[in-house]
Write a new protein. Structure first.
Length: 255
C-alpha cells in the first residue's frame, strides 16, 4: 500500500474515532434527558408524559374538585358568622386522602375581612360539607365568601375506600336554654374501624329554610358498631321560635 493510501486510511480511522467520541459526549452530556414534562412519549411512558416512570395517566385526566355552590353565611348571636360550603368530587375512581381549602371572607367593597383555612378529605364521587366560624369578621359586614381548594392528594378508590356510615333516624332536636342540642347515634355498617367521624347537623325552620349548620366529631367507631353524638348549636329567642325540630337534617362524614 502506498504511503498516500496509508495516510488516507489513517485519516479516516482517526476521523471516525473523533466522530464517535463526539457522539458519546453529546449523548452523555448534552442530549436533553427523557423527562415527564418534555411533551414526548419516551422513556417507557404509556402516553405523552404519563404512565411508566411518570405519574399515572389516570391521574393526569382527573377532574378538579368543584365548589358545589357559593358558601352560605349564617349570623350567630355573638355577631360572628357561621359559614357552610360544599365541595364535590366528580371522579368516580379517585378520591383525595387530603386537600387544603380556604374560606375567603369579603365585605361589600371586595376587601378581604378574614381567611379561614382548613384541611379535609373527600372520597370518590362524594359531596362534602365544610363548616367554619369566623373569628374576626362580623356577619353584618360579610358580603360574599369564596371557597378555594388546592393540593389534593389523590388516591384510587381501592386505596381510599369510603366507609359506609348511617345516622340512625331516631335523633332528636331539643332547645335547652341558650343552645339547641341535636342528639343521636351514627352506625358503621362496614367492618373497618373509622378513626374519626364528623357529624353535620342543619337546623331548619317551619318554612323549610335552613337556619344554622353545626358540627361535632366523634372518634373510634368500630366495625358494625354504633356511637352516640351530640351537636350543640347556639340559639337566640328568634331561632328557637322559628325552629322545626322535626326538620333537622344530619349527615355523617368519615374523616
Amino acid at each position: 500500500m502506498s504511503r498516500t493510501a496509508k495516510k488516507i486510511l489513517y485519516g479516516l480511522v482517526w476521523n471516525g474515532l473523533a466522530l464517535l467520541v463526539l457522539v458519546l459526549v453529546y449523548l452523555v452530556w448534552f442530549r436533553p434527558s427523557v423527562s415527564c414534562t418534555d411533551g414526548a412519549r419516551n422513556g417507557g411512558e404509556e402516553a405523552v408524559d404519563c404512565g411508566g416512570p411518570c405519574v399515572s395517566c389516570e391521574l393526569t385526566n382527573l377532574e378538579l374538585l368543584n365548589v358545589f355552590e357559593e358558601p352560605r353565611v349564617f349570623p350567630l348571636a355573638s355577631g360572628r358568622a357561621a359559614i357552610w360550603g360544599q365541595v364535590s368530587n366528580p371522579n368516580i375512581q379517585f378520591g383525595a386522602d387530603s386537600f387544603s381549602y380556604e374560606f375567603v371572607v369579603r365585605d361589600r367593597t371586595g376587601a378581604v375581612l378574614e381567611r379561614i383555612p382548613g384541611v379535609s378529605r373527600i372520597y370518590p364521587f362524594e359531596t362534602r360539607s365544610l363548616i367554619a366560624v369566623s373569628s374576626e369578621a362580623l356577619a353584618r359586614d360579610v358580603a360574599e365568601v369564596e371557597l378555594v381548594t388546592s393540593d389534593p392528594a389523590w388516591r384510587s378508590a381501592r386505596e381510599l375506600p369510603r366507609p359506609s356510615l348511617q345516622v340512625l333516624s331516631d335523633f332528636t332536636t331539643t332547645v335547652a336554654g341558650q343552645s339547641i342540642r341535636v342528639s343521636g347515634s351514627v352506625r358503621n355498617q362496614g367492618g373497618e374501624h373509622v378513626q374519626k367521624v364528623r357529624i353535620i347537623a342543619v337546623l331548619v325552620d317551619r318554612t323549610g329554610t335552613d337556619l344554622l349548620p353545626g358540627q361535632t366529631v366523634v372518634s373510634d367507631l368500630g366495625g358494625f358498631r354504633d356511637l352516640p353524638f351530640v351537636v350543640q348549636l347556639p340559639a337566640d329567642a328568634v331561632t328557637a321560635l322559628r325552629l322545626d325540630p322535626e326538620a333537622t337534617r344530619v349527615v355523617a362524614q368519615a374523616e
